[in-house]
Design a protein. Structure first.
Length: 259
């Protein structure tokens, strides 16, 4: 955890970029105790960087900040850069998730051509001598609240960008412990990486050729409009009913809601 590689600036973790450094300075985060520094960066990425789909996973942190939105991988890059910019050690844990987690966001007309396995990651932050898993920053509070309101009797949900067995009370707030919001959609563990640069050098989402062009120029904008609609309370219906809402590739080892 004290290894310097977990504090380094990289091409993607460009925390010396003026916009990144200015954000940390303006918010006064550097003067906070370590736990509060983590919480400040975490809350910023969770709620001031809205959930949404960028042009690619391999954006620099400063580019994600400029976009003002992101998904698991891009929001994670931004969070890691902010943490390291404040002297907090962190690393990336890579996974894949089954595409059913994005059901309701990917329009049904193109759902069939979406990759079966979606590249996913969360951030592991060094705190009080251990690694704490941070994944709960992915969905902003407005999106999560809309899903909770749309499914008031449901706890298990694997759709609309959520993968949880605790929908009504997910552990997404920073308290010094693990946070999760897509964990039950995980179907493969790709290991731990010192930086997102190393992760993406080893693993890339298969969005080549026509499918890649369609995602970058058409599909992701379509998905982002759906996210905006969900944020306003308009959660689109998806075919398949109960089965579709709870679909996942395998049972996930997730904490119980009361744990």
């Amino acid at each position: 955890m004290e290894n310097s590689e977990y504090l380094l600036e990289t091409a993607l973790l460009d925390f010396h970029h003026p916009a990144m450094a200015d954000l940390i300075t303006r918010r006064g985060w550097q003067a906070l105790p370590a736990g509060d520094r983590i919480g400040a960066a975490y809350d910023f990425v969770r709620n001031e960087i809205g959930f949404g789909y960028n042009a690619r996973d391999t954006l620099k942190a400063s580019e994600v900040l400029k976009d003002g939105y992101g998904q698991c991988n891009t929001k994670g890059v931004l969070l890691m850069a902010l943490l390291r910019g404040m002297g907090i050690a962190c690393r990336l844990h890579g996974f894949t998730i089954f595409k059913s987690l994005q059901r309701g966001l990917v329009p049904e007309a193109v759902y069939g051509i979406a990759p079966d396995n979606i590249l996913h990651s969360w951030v592991e932050v060094g705190f009080k001598g251990k690694w704490v898993n941070l994944e709960g920053f992915i969905l902003d509070e407005a999106v999560l609240s809309s899903l909770q309101a749309a499914f008031p009797e449901r706890n298990a949900l694997c759709a609309y960008g959520a993968g949880t067995d605790c929908l009504q009370a997910p552990k997404v707030a920073w308290s010094g412990a693990d946070t999760y919001i897509q964990r039950t959609g995980v179907n493969a563990d790709l290991g731990v990486f010192a930086s997102p640069d190393e992760f993406f050098a080893a693993h890339q989402q298969d969005l080549s050729g026509l499918r890649g062009l369609m995602f970058r120029w058409v599909i992701r904008h379509w998905m982002n409009r759906r996210v905006v609609a969900i944020r306003r309370g308009a959660v689109p219906e998806i075919p398949g009913g109960e089965t579709a809402l709870n679909a996942r590739s395998r049972p996930a080892a997730a904490p119980a809601c009361g744990d």
